[in-house]
Design a protein around this ligand. Structure first.
Ligand code: GDP
Length: 326
């Protein structure tokens, strides 16, 4: 069967059986809320304590029993630069197992369509910018997240080869750095945006004059609001069927220093930023080329300041409710 024969495009039936893997996380949570808001009535979710996606037998049984028709694969072990470089074995093993088990079980149980989610760190460290989809596997990866990236590349390969060999309609979306409601604000595991937001709120409350920013402040990063991502995921599920990664981003980036200044402005932190050169910078730049997705008909709409303001409102609410661990 050729790739052209396996395309399932068009609106998803509102009563379709849809499994959102990873719905307790930043991405899966936003996808679940988007689907609920759009009137999908048959969503399937599991907490990791109920279904360990690294357990092949458990995953196979779950797919046999639940028979999802569509799968959003947003379950992953994720973290910021420190967590990625400290626990590379877990990032590789967990993500390889999750991808292999879910993609294979989806194939075996006849899932109509699956969207696999990856990351912009799959591209070579020194690839030309902005990053085009065709740069995949053209050079060495960034060291601080190589383990995670290799697992995410393997997941794209699985989708493409299951499409080629079995005619499975499995597609891969590659989001840039994400942020928004539901993010991880634990400083040891979090990404830069929630980390700086939390540090600034706490510094302000403590009357501290400084906040520490890791690295030199010069790396460039692109940030996509997670609710825009959720919209893009549904768009891809309904409109797109093709092999290979599809970048999901805004097409704009800024330095970590500029990001810190913007967050300070939103939070109202007026102290100094102190750059800690003993912490890693990571990759110098990873700006997505989003012309493929724009050409397919989708682009991001939430500006960075607006997204940070909404995230800040959510964070303060969660904090007041006692939901943010110290
Ligand atoms: P990355 O995009 O995979 O490198 O992930 P991160 O979001 O963890 O880090 C992005 C950049 O922000 C890196 O250059 C970090 O060194 C920098 N950064 C500055 N302060 C912080 C912080 O408090 N936490 C994190 N995670 N990164 C920070």
């Amino acid at each position: 069967m050729s790739a052209g024969q396996v395309a399932h495009t068009g609106p998803l039936p509102r009563d379709a059986r849809i499994y959102v893997a990873g719905d307790r996380g930043l991405v899966g949570g936003a996808i679940r809320r988007r689907l609920e808001a759009d009137g999908f009535t048959n969503l399937i979710t599991r907490r990791s304590a109920e279904l360990d996606l690294r357990d092949q037998a458990a995953v196979r049984t779950f797919f046999r029993e639940e028979r999802p028709e569509y799968v959003f694969l947003a379950a992953a072990k994720v973290g910021g630069i420190l967590a990625n470089s400290t626990y590379p074995a877990q990032f590789l093993y967990d993500n390889l197992m999750i991808a292999t088990n879910v993609i294979h079980a989806a194939h075996e149980s006849g899932v109509r369509k699956l969207l696999n989610l990856g990351s912009s760190c799959i591209y070579p460290r020194m690839a030309p910018q902005p990053l085009k989809e065709e740069y995949l596997l053209t050079g060495p990866l960034e060291e601080t997240n190589r383990a995670y990236a290799v697992a995410k590349i393997a997941a794209i390969e699985l989708c493409d080869h299951y499409r080629a060999q079995y005619g499975a309609d499995f597609i891969s979306g590659m989001p840039t750095n994400l942020y928004g409601p539901g993010d991880n604000f634990d400083l040891k595991g979090s990404h830069v945006l929630p980390a700086l937001m939390r540090k600034m709120v706490e510094a302000q409350e403590a009357g501290a004059a400084q906040v520490e920013v890791w690295g030199s402040g010069t790396p460039l990063r692109e940030f996509l609001y997670v609710e825009d991502l959720a919209e893009a995921c549904l768009y891809l599920m309904e409109q797109v069927s093709e092999p290979g990664p599809i970048n999901i981003g805004t097409g704009e980036d800024l330095t970590i220093r500029e990001l810190a200044e913007l967050i300070a402005d939103v939070v109202g932190f007026e102290g100094d930023l102190v750059f800690d050169a003993s912490k890693p910078d990571g990759t110098p730049r990873k700006l997505m080329d989003v012309s493929k997705l724009t050409g397919l008909g989708w682009s991001a709409r939430t500006g960075l300041r607006e997204g940070i303001e909404r995230t800040f409102a959510w964070f303060m609410q969660e904090r007041a409710a006692g939901n943010i661990r110290s």
